[in-house]
Design a protein around this ligand. Structure first.
Ligand SMILES: [Mn+2]
Length: 455
């Protein structure tokens, strides 16, 4: 049950975290609570990624305590016989003991005992690493526990005076993936890439044969994700035909797909906790219009320029600049900045610019390209870790995994554009691993060259 990686992996993660903790400190992490969807029904459960990172355990009513000196304690609510009849056997003490190499007798306790036990454990700790603000009830219990210690101190003892967000330690660690994690990430990427490839074929084969809707393409790709492996979704799938593709987080999925539409598919599976994130844009019927092809070529070139910038010590900002400059150059040559609608601070204004410098400096490009080119990828699709250290962009290192996803969006409402360009949204997104000083694209199996998308 839910042992994604080896027990050495998890004990090492815990050991590494401990090394980074302040003297006389403790870290306490809680699994996420179950969320009700509607009466008597819960959303499918997924715990938070920090818990998953340290333990691989995906269950509610679970917590881990790590001491800066030594000692790790686990708290778990085990299913009783009656609950088991309804929900099946959940995670057991034995599972956890195996998963993270920990002694059942001394270090694993029933979840119900956590507050009494924390009262003992947090005494004489100066600092507590705890994520305030995630769960109001747990916030209150933690504060109560600390106050309780403070109010019952014996001579020479002390109570915690600082609460620090554990992300300071864990999110830094999560930026660099270990070889074990990279193996899982490659598998997630492979499953998703193959699914995109098959979806493109399916769409092309069916769009002229029958009424094809976005929701059918969604079911198709999600079936592809899960037909050979137990996966879930890394995020809600976006399947957007025609003008819908100009909405960044389009989730309606009710439109009919026409053969001459471009279809933008942004979908990725989560495999054993790890996300993949792929976008492809393709002509539903296998033939680009002239306008679609012109814009598609710019985006594809922008992505290739961005890949060239994936080297050690360059930065995600450097990668973004390469993609952005290519898009601005391309759109500028085509005259798209002669007259355009600029939206800033809820104000819209028609503008004109004849300087690429100005277009970049004043962010006029956001009329057509309004998002960033990259984000980290890992247990979360927008993975943990700051892109900046000391206000400077963080240099790329081996073990980093991130996306490269330039795009161009020309909504149908933009009536200042030539008719043939209105209602086109394009994004091309791949996942990249930095390894041995080089970048490796792990989602390349999903086709994106024009010659592979046309029939
Ligand atoms: Mn993405």
């Amino acid at each position: 049950m839910s042992s994604y990686l080896s027990s050495e992996y998890y004990s090492n993660r815990i050991k590494q975290a401990r090394k980074k903790m302040a003297p006389d400190s403790a870290m306490v992490l809680f699994s996420s609570g179950k969320k009700e969807r509607n009466s008597g029904v819960h959303y499918s459960y997924r715990t938070n990624s920090d818990i998953l990172y340290l333990t691989g355990i995906n269950t509610p009513e679970f917590a881990i305590y790590i001491d800066s000196k030594e000692g790790t304690h686990i708290f778990l609510s085990e299913s009783n016989a009656e609950k088991t009849r309804w929900e099946g056997r959940g995670v057991t003490f034995e599972n956890i003991s195996k998963n993270i190499n920990i002694d059942i007798e001394k270090n694993i306790h029933p979840y119900e005992k956590i507050w009494a036990k924390l009262k003992e454990l947090l005494k004489n700790k100066e600092t507590v690493y705890f994520s305030l603000g995630k769960d109001g009830q747990i916030d209150v219990k933690i504060t109560e526990t600390i106050n309780n210690i403070k109010n019952n101190l014996k001579k020479g003892d002390f109570a915690p005076t600082r609460i620090i967000h554990p992300q300071e330690i864990l999110h830094e660690m999560r930026i660099i993936k270990t070889p074990e994690e990279i193996k899982l990430m490659k598998k997630a990427a492979e499953i998703s890439a193959k699914a995109h490839e098959n979806l493109i074929k399916y769409c092309r084969e069916n769009v002229n044969k029958k009424e094809l809707f976005e929701f059918e393409l969604k079911s198709y790709i999600e079936w592809e994700f899960s037909k050979n492996a137990l996966t879930s979704l890394a995020y809600p799938s976006i399947i957007a035909a025609g003008n819908n593709a100009t909405v960044l987080h389009y989730t309606n999925l009710t439109s009919k797909v026409s053969a001459q539409d471009l279809v933008l598919v942004d979908a990725g599976c989560e495999y054993e906790g790890y996300a993949s994130d792929i976008s492809r844009t393709f002509p539903a019927g296998g033939k680009f219009t002239e306008a679609q092809k012109i814009l598609y070529e710019i985006v594809l070139t922008a992505q290739k320029k961005a890949f060239e910038k994936c080297y050690i010590n360059n930065t995600l900002d450097g990668i973004h600049d390469a993609a952005l400059n290519t898009i601005v150059d391309g759109l500028f040559e085509l005259g798209f900045f002669k007259k355009f609608l600029f939206i800033k601070n809820e104000k819209t204004e028609m503008k004109s610019s004849s300087s690429k410098e100005e277009i970049i400096k004043k962010e006029y490009y956001k009329t057509y390209y309004m998002h960033n080119t990259s984000h980290y990828l890992g247990l979360d699709v927008h993975d943990a870790g700051s892109r900046y250290i000391n206000h400077k962009p963080r240099p790329l290192e081996n073990g980093m995994v991130f996306t490269i996803e330039p795009g161009i969006y020309m909504p149908h409402e933009y009536d200042f554009l030539p008719e043939e360009f209105r209602g086109i949204g394009i994004r091309i997104e791949d996942d990249v691993i930095m390894q041995n000083g080089k970048h490796e694209i792990i989602t390349h199996e999903a086709p994106k060259e024009i010659s592979d998308l046309e029939v």
